[in-house]
Write a protein that binds this ligand. Sequence first.
Ligand code: ATP
Ligand code: MG
Ligand code: FE
Length: 359
Amino acid sequence: LRILGIETSCDETAASIVLRHDDGRGEIAADVVLSQLDEHSAYGGVVPEIAARAHVEALDTLIDEALARTSTSLGDIDAVAATAGPGLIGGLIVGLMTGKAIARALSKPLYAINHLEGHALTARLTDGLSFPYLMLLVSGGHTQLVLVRAVGRYERWGTTIDDALGEAFDKTAKLLGLPYPGGPAVERAAAAGDPKRFDFPRPLVGERRLDFSFSGLKTAVRQAAETIAPVTEQDISDICASFQRAISRTLDDRIGRGLARFSAEFPALGHPPALVVAGGVAANLELRRTLQTLCDRHGFRFVAPPLRLCTDNAAMIAWAGLERMAAGFAADPLDVQPRSRWPLDSSAEVRIGHGKRGA
Ligand code: ATP
Ligand code: MG
Ligand code: FE
């Protein structure tokens, strides 16, 4: 099976061709991503209107490019998968409409994919992971700990009650006058800093619920910066290092509890339990070290897919489509609508709502 994947939910325009072999293995035949970073960086964040226009301009070319790289034409495609939500509605409309048009023209099935399902299933494509496993999604828009039971069966165990982790990095960077996106800049500055100079808050640490909160951290950073004048480069490095340390400590507690809960729920898995990380913040080396150490301590396998598959891409959307086909889910009808909000654990409901009218 050969599927075309389309991703346009945020600030990456992406197209991909993914194959599923008879033994169930996936193979990425082409994976093209165009980041709109340059177009948004002047504004210090993603501007929805600019994003939507950029998707319109780039998508057709990216699809052609993906096909060219695999030396195939549209006619060789068996199905189309496009992100239908959650995300910025303008971009979602562009990608989903394009997917519908191609599916219609080829008379092939269309799969309207939840972006978060794409992130959740990536580790099965890259590492052949078996269900169930835990996934930590840490990006600019999401911070969630999710139990991945099976295709279409997700339980959100924890989520942020305010800022996403990537957002906390971005806002902290902005406060300190560092460039956008903030994550890489904060990590770079932290490398030369003293992580123990500031004792930043670790919200929700010690609580039984598995949620996250990062907005207080940003406030603490602002206050720390305000008490120092003038702020030197060393101060900034110390603040960034202390900020990352607070995050590590927080994740150590929150995710540690999640791993313990997983082990209690699945005492006899028959294979080592696994924690998968996804999202742009997965690029952060300190975060990776923290999660690796935590997994070692709890007897978990720590799975970090290659970074280009952790950030937004279309290969994960294509793969989610293949997984749904293989699991026997019906395709979506061509009047399926994009949804800017679409919690992952409601996917099953949505599917029932749309019945089996699909191709
Ligand atoms: P979505 O949440 O919809 O997937 P997004 O575009 O916001 O969309 P990603 O592209 O996955 O998310 O990730 C971008 C985020 O990752 C930004 O907030 C950025 O600051 C953060 N990030 C990138 N590199 C690092 C790093 N080295 N350390 C910490 N954070 C990082
Ligand atoms: Mg992005
Ligand atoms: Fe994403």
